[in-house]
Design a protein around this ligand. Structure first.
Ligand SMILES: [Zn+2]
Length: 290
């Protein structure tokens, strides 16, 4: 699942391709909205806000997209043959570039002045230029939710998804189901700094890693590794759901390193996740959310 680092990298690539150029095509193939108003308009910038992408134009429009579980933006040079595919939800083109929004999880066209309606609820952006660590620490420290759930709640801080939540909690040896407001500010600050470092370290990389290795199967400590041995203590990594519907998410953890089983986890053996070589996380996400 795309997290803040992937979203930021996507926004930067779109910004490099589109900023300052006239839009020659603008089509939304999903939902009711008509983007023809953007044709002839000029992109001013494309920015990330948490996991949201905001494509802004000179005439004051914002095309908002969200990658959700498996969305992406694909860039091609104008004139390059782009295969027809059914999962294209948005097409933007300049004289030089074509951008295809694939399997996007949200797509809206709105006035830039109204962006707050879509992103105003977000907490400080962990990868934003205006990142406010103190505010994030304060919000987490006031949350009565399990720390793993609070860390994923974009209202507390924006940009952390299941990969970096699991990995940060493991690295800080925190039980994901510990109530956030019992942990103390210093513990929370260490956790937030850990997540911040991990996300920053990955902005420039296609393969996300928390271990320092980008080799397949070696790039995470616990994420997507349930049923496999912990890299630190060799106990078996487990997975459980955290949070309530509709925002229930998967959380991977090591019971030995992180202070015990999840509430409701009976400790029954869990099968290692599909041993596929590529797309390990994607494969899990599809099943884990079912
Ligand atoms: Zn362990």
């Amino acid at each position: 699942m795309p997290e803040g680092d992937v979203v930021l990298r996507t926004a930067r690539r779109l910004d490099e391709a589109f900023a300052g150029a006239v839009l020659r095509r603008a089509e939304l193939r999903w939902g009711e909205r008509d983007a023809s108003v953007l044709v002839g308009d000029v992109t001013t910038e494309v920015v990330a806000r948490g996991k949201h992408i905001l494509h802004r134009t000179r005439a004051g429009w914002t095309l908002h997209s969200h990658l959700r579980m498996e969305g992406s933006w694909h860039l091609a040079h104008a004139g390059e043959r782009v295969p027809a595919r059914p999962d294209v939800r948005a097409v933007l083109a300049t004289d030089a570039w074509i951008g295809l929004g694939l399997r996007l999880g949200m797509l809206d066209l709105l006035r830039t002045d109204d962006e707050h309606r879509l992103v105003g609820h977000l907490g400080p952006d962990i990868l934003g230029a205006d990142w406010d660590e103190d505010l994030a620490v304060r919000r987490l420290g006031q949350s009565p939710s399990p720390i793993g759930e609070a860390l994923l709640d974009q209202r507390n801080l924006a940009g952390v998804g299941t990969l970096y939540a699991s990995e940060s909690l493991f690295l800080e040896r925190l039980h994901p189901w510990a109530r956030a407001d019992t942990l103390g500010a210093e513990t929370i600050r260490r956790l937030v700094r850990r997540a911040h470092r991990l996300l920053h370290a990955n902005v420039a990389h296609v393969v996300q890693s928390s271990t320092g290795s980008r080799r397949n199967g070696e790039n995470a400590y616990v994420h997507a590794r349930s049923g496999r041995p912990c890299r630190r203590c060799h106990d078996t990594v487990r997975v459980a759901m955290i949070g309530d519907a509709p925002t229930r998410r998967t959380m991977f953890y090591c019971p030995s390193c992180q202070g015990g089983l999840a509430p409701g986890d009976d400790g029954a053996p869990q099968q290692p996740l599909g041993a596929g070589s590529r797309g390990r996380h994607r494969g899990y996400s599809a099943r884990g959310r079912a």
